[in-house]
Write a protein that binds this ligand. Sequence first.
Ligand SMILES: *Cc1c(COP(=O)(O)O)cnc(C)c1O
Length: 350
Amino acid sequence: MTKRSKSFIDINTLVRKNILTLKPYSSARDEFKGEAEVFLDANENPYPSPYNRYPDPLQRSVKAKLAEAKGVDPANIFLGNGSDEAIDLLIRAFCEPYQDSILITDPTYGMYSVCAEVNGVNVQQVVLTPDFDLDLEALPKTFDASTKILFLCSPNNPTGNLLSRDKIMEVLKRFYGLVVIDEAYIDFAKSKSFVHELAKYPHLVVLQTFSKAWGLAGLRLGMCFASPEIIHILNKIKYPYNVNIRTQDLALDALDNAYRKDIWVDEILTQRDKLVKALRSLKIVDKVFHSDANFVLVRVKDAPFTYQYLTDNKIIVRDRSRVTLCYNCIRITVGTPEENDKLIEALKKL
Ligand SMILES: *Cc1c(COP(=O)(O)O)cnc(C)c1O
């Protein structure tokens, strides 16, 4: 890791050479951007279906609205087929196969290491502290000159807690690869997004998604916020039409009606508190960990048994008992009041 001052972080020195010099595919919709009446440039069927036309490859309307909502510039936004697309593209753009590494915490979301391994990229891991926070002693001992991206998930999956903001700030000051902060659950947390720090840190990337609080997991729409240099690289290597017309339309509608998301978040947080109380009163529960998300990690007497028992009762939770620091833990998503009641009633019988 180079010890240059942060004002010298040049994103282009982190990008793989072949990606930096790549001349991207230029679609019909990329080349013509003005007002026109007759479109005979993309070999589309001319009869309205209404999906006969290709979507806007850069999703300009969605980005304009989103930029306003998030207080950033449209040039700071990349939209993908879920945030999983952004995770994959970041690794492919910045990590040379069989040479470079990503650094992740253990435990965390599984897609970072899967995407790295698919791309032949090495995965370095730093175990979280027993209270599931960043270990600032261990972190610098683990990253090295091959480490191009550090993935931090806050609130973290599967533990549910926010990572300490001060520690993340410290990492941003000390690590000169990309620092990706996955904020998939930020709408449920009482903490400011790192989106507001983008202007200060050219190597900061923030991921958010429409899959959780916004209730649109089925649409597949993920948000990536970063410096215009990083966004430009992602746009170069994405599939030209990665976000379809229906998804763009429904995202605009969701953004116009953000109050719906806010109502859901309020209700889910109320239900989470009730669920936590009910779980804590159960014999089989040893510990319910603090959650800043829409799920809770729960330590029980026997996680594999509890998981099987619930499955037999047609209630599916996530057995996380083989995950680091999560022995005998199951992860439970906050459901509707009826769903949460069914879960508690079933667990009471154990
Ligand atoms: C659910 C989740 C996502 C969302 O991924 P999408 O591809 O946007 O659905 C991203 N990161 C974490 C940590 C998650 O738990």
